[in-house]
Design a protein around this ligand. Structure first.
Ligand code: MLT
Length: 330
């Protein structure tokens, strides 16, 4: 049996089908000592002697990859791979895989929990009543309020379907739209600027890349309505947090819901955490009981397939590694 490191904390100590997939494929799961997101130093240590890892959001930097020539596969239990230095992985013959199609519904449900939490003012009403205050006041409707979806891929589409049930008019910014989906669901495709200017809720569903870093910044926040809300369940690096803090404090926008942060976990004294008009969750959108198991199953299947000489093309992020990829190191 070869070891596979199971890095994501939500997979620690659970029984799920990914374990059967791994064991049937000749692998034994091993777990880090710590059940929380690993730092670079901890990951360097945890990967000793490990040929494959089911990866969470811990940093697979060039230094981590270079230090582990036995590593063959980084299999993300998720769809984002911004925490992996893909160029370094390719240079070292390491295949990087993702788990497409496994968590869009979980993220969409969580996005709606956040939209509703903002509209219905849940945090402050909850806190007030638990503190003994009966503060009845009118909340916001979402029906008839425009939702702007930035990125209409799998997750953006899953959000759009739920928004229709809430009778929200839909705008989307998407450079490569699925025109039949757009037409079928009455979505108006617009520029990012128009989306920001016209939406009551703006929800981010694009990957973090060098081009999308700080997509939401002083300028783009300035385009939003003072009554509008920003929801980020994608990646913290999409938003310039210093600019968002200023926008929230100065009333350029009404509020924000954040599941992701530039640094995770954020420091306890992060100023955004102290604001009344900010609703937060701990990078939880993609992981519910169902998506957790499906993401892990998909990642385990990719590892087993690669170890058998198969090529799970739909999951591979760096196809250019193929000519250099081999399972065993002689
Ligand atoms: C993703 O990349 O799909 C998610 O961020 C997965 C996760 O929540 O770990």
């Amino acid at each position: 049996m070869q070891p596979v490191l199971i890095a994501p904390a939500p997979l620690a100590g659970i029984k799920a089908s990914f374990l059967d997939v791994l064991r049937a494929g000749g692998f034994e799961p091993v777990y880090p000592a710590k059940q929380a997101q690993l730092t670079e130093a901890e990951l360097l240590e945890a990967l000793r002697g490990i040929p494959a890892v089911i990866a969470g959001s811990e940093p697979y930097t060039a230094a981590v990859i270079a230090a582990h020539p036995q590593l063959r596969v980084i299999a993300r239990a998720g769809v984002g791979y911004d925490a992996v230095d893909v160029a370094a992985a390719t240079a070292h013959g390491v295949a990087v895989t993702i788990a497409p199609g496994t968590n869009q519904d979980a993220v969409a449900e969580h996005t709606f929990a956040l939209i509703l939490g903002l509209a219905k003012n849940l945090p402050s009403q909850h806190n007030a009543l638990k503190a003994g205050r009966w503060e009845r006041r009118a909340n916001l409707p979402v029906r008839g309020r425009t939702l702007g979806i930035v990125g209409l891929g799998r997750i953006g589409k899953a959000v759009a379907l739920r928004a229709k049930a809430f009778a929200m008019p839909l705008l989307a910014y998407e450079p490569y739209p699925d025109h039949s989906f757009v037409a079928e669901h009455g979505i108006r495709l617009v520029s990012l600027e128009t989306l920001l200017a016209e939406s009551d809720f703006v929800s981010l569903h694009v990957p973090l890349t060098p081009e999308s870093r700080y997509l939401i910044n002083r300028r783009t926040l300035g385009l939003m309505k003072p009554t509008a809300f920003l929801v980020n369940t994608a990646r913290g690096g999409l938003v310039n947090e210093a600019d968002l803090l200023q926008a929230l404090q100065a009333g350029w926008i009404a509020g924000a819901a954040l599941d992701v942060f530039e640094e995770e976990p954020p420091p306890a004294d992060h100023p955004l955490l102290a604001l009344e008009n900010v609703l937060v969750t701990p990078h939880a959108a993609g992981v519910d009981l169902q998506s957790r198991d499906e993401m892990a199953h998909s990642a385990a299947s990719a590892i087993v397939a690669l170890s058998r000489g198969q090529w799970p093309a739909e999951q591979i992020v760096n196809p250019e590694v193929r000519p250099h990829f081999r399972w065993s190191i002689s």
